[in-house]
Design a binder for this molecule. Structure first.
Ligand code: ADP
Ligand code: MG
Length: 401
C-alpha cells in the first residue's frame, strides 16, 4: 500500500541555499510563485520599503558593498563584527513571507556617510513608531493547550537564549505556565537556568530518539515558579545526524512535545544557530517564530535566508507557521548605528517588528553567570522591564495566552 508520507519525504537535490538541509522536501504544489526553474529571478523589493538611501537620492543597489568600517559613525567598540554563520551563499529569491523581503534593504550598509533621517518624536518608541501601551494580561483561569514559539536565528550571539529565558520568566511572572525547550546541543539555556549538563540522565535527546520516552518524565522544574525546562546537552548534536534516517524526520520534535502541550500556556524553543534539521524540527513543531536580531548591521544579512527557510517549512511541513515578530536586541539608543539598524528593519518588516526593543546591558551576561533570569537577578533593572514588556506585547498581539 502506498503510504502518503513516502512521496513527501523523497530525497531531493541539494539546496542551493547551502544552510537548509539538502533533504528538505521540495515543494510539490504551485504555491511558490517566485521560485523559478531557471536562473535567479530578481528579488521583488518593496520600493517604498527601501527607505535607505532616502528615496530622493536612491540609486539602484547593484551589488552588496562590503560595509566600510570607517563609515560607521559611532561603532561600538564592544561590538565585534561577528562572523556570519554560514550565510555566504546569496539567498535564492523566493516568496519568503506575506510581504516580499527587501533583500537589498537588508544588505546595504547603514550609515554610509549619510546623515540620519531619523527624527524620533518624543512620543515615539525606539522603533520610531508611536509606542502603544501593553496592559498587564489578565490571569488565566485554565491552562493549555500551549502555543509553541521557536526562537530562531541562524546567527549565534543574537540573544536567542537570553530571550528564551527572560521572556519565559516574564510570562511566568504573569501567571502563565511556560515550558522552555533547550534545542541547542551547547545547552546554554540549561546552564543559564543552573543545570549542569553533564549530570543529566535524560535530555531532549532521549525524548527525540528513544521510543517510549515520555517528554513529561524529562521536563524539570526551575527556580522560577511556573517555568519548566526540557534540558539538552551535547548528546543532541548526535540527533541531528541520526534523525536523517528517521521517517518524517522533520516532525520528530512536534510529535515528542505533543503529550506536554496541555500542561502549558506557552512553549519556547531555543534553537541552535543554524538552519539544519534540528531547527527545521523546531519550526515544524512551532505555531510561531520569534526572530531575535542584534542591532548591528551584519546581523541583518542572514534574515532574508532565515525568512526563506521559514517560508519553505510553512509550504512543505507546517502550513500554520507564523512569524510572530522580530525582536531588536542589544540596542544602544546612544548610537546612530543601533537606531539606523532598527529603522532599516522596521522599513523592511513593518509591524512584524516588536515595539519592544531589548537594550544592551552587562546585566544579561551577569544574570547568566548567576544562572538566573534577569527578572529575578535584577528585578528592577530596565532589562528585566524590557522582557516584561515583551511578554505583555506578545499577549497583546495574540501570540501568547
Ligand atoms: P544566542 O542564543 O543567540 O547565541 P545569547 O542569548 O546566548 O545568544 O547571547 C549571546 C551573549 O550576549 C551572551 O553572553 C548574553 O549574555 C549576551 N547578551 C544577550 N542579550 C544581551 C543584551 N541585551 N545586552 C548585552 N548582552 C547580551
Ligand atoms: Mg543560544
Amino acid at each position: 500500500m502506498c503510504h502518503p508520507v513516502s512521496s513527501e519525504f523523497q530525497p531531493s537535490t541539494p539546496s542551493t541555499t547551502g544552510s537548509v538541509p539538502p533533504d528538505l522536501p521540495r515543494p510539490t504544489g504551485t504555491g511558490a510563485p517566485q521560485e523559478t526553474a531557471g536562473g535567479p529571478a530578481a528579488p521583488a523589493v518593496r520600493p517604498g520599503a527601501l527607505g535607505w538611501p532616502p528615496a530622493a537620492a536612491a540609486e539602484p543597489v547593484t551589488a552588496v558593498a562590503s560595509p566600510d568600517p570607517e563609515a560607521r559613525p559611532e561603532a561600538d567598540a564592544a561590538t565585534a563584527p561577528a562572523a556570519e554563520a554560514g550565510t555566504s551563499a546569496e539567498p535564492e529569491p523566493a516568496a519568503p513571507r506575506s510581504a516580499d523581503v527587501p533583500t537589498e534593504l537588508l544588505e546595504t550598509p547603514v550609515g554610509a556617510g549619510v546623515q540620519s533621517q531619523l527624527e524620533i518624536a518624543p512620543q515615539d518608541g525606539p522603533t520610531n513608531r508611536p509606542m502603544p501601551s501593553f496592559p498587564v494580561p489578565p490571569p488565566l483561569s485554565a491552562h493549555g493547550p500551549a502555543r509553541v514559539i521557536a526562537m530562531c536565528n541562524q546567527k549565534g550571539g543574537v540573544g536567542k537564549t537570553t530571550t528564551t529565558i527572560n521572556l519565559g520568566a516574564a510570562l511566568a511572572e504573569y501567571g502563565r505556565r511556560v515550558l522552555l525547550v533547550d534545542f541547542d546541543p551547547q545547552g546554554a539555556l540549561s546552564v543559564g537556568l543552573g543545570i549542569n549538563p553533564h549530570e543529566l540522565d535524560a535530555t531532549v535527546y532521549q525524548v527525540l530518539m528513544e521510543r517510549g520516552t515520555d517528554v513529561r518524565s524529562v521536563i524539570r522544574d526551575t527556580a522560577v515558579a511556573g517555568l519548566d525546562l526540557l534540558p539538552a546537552n551535547i548528546d543532541l548534536s548526535a540527533a541531528e545526524v541520526q534523525l536523517v534516517g528517521e521517517v518524517a524526520r522533520e516532525s520528530v520534535l512536534a510529535r515528542a512535545l505533543r503529550p506536554a502541550l496541555d500542561d502549558y500556556d506557552v512553549v519556547l524553543i531555543d534553537c541552535q544557530p543554524s538552519l539544519g534539521l534540528l531547527t527545521v524540527n523546531a519550526l515544524t513543531a512551532a505555531h510561531g517564530v520569534l526572530i531575535p536580531l542584534e542591532c548591528e548591521f551584519f546581523a541583518l544579512r542572514g534574515v532574508a535566508l532565515l525568512v526563506e527557510t521559514i517560508e519553505k517549512v510553512r509550504e512543505r511541513l507546517n502550513p500554520g507557521l507564523e512569524v510572530d515578530g522580530i525582536l531588536a536586541t542589544m540596542y544602544d539608543g546612544r548610537t546612530l548605528h543601533s537606531r539606523e539598524v532598527v529603522s532599516r528593519v522596521v522599513d523592511a518588516f513593518g509591524d512584524d517588528v516588536f515595539h519592544t526593543v531589548i537594550g544592551r546591558t552587562v546585566k544579561f551576561p551577569d544574570a547568566t553567570v548567576a544562572a538566573e533570569p534577569i527578572t529575578s537577578y535584577a528585578s528592577n533593572h530596565p532589562g528585566a522591564e524590557a522582557y516584561r514588556q515583551l511578554a505583555r506585547e506578545l499577549v497583546a498581539r495574540g501570540d501568547a495566552a
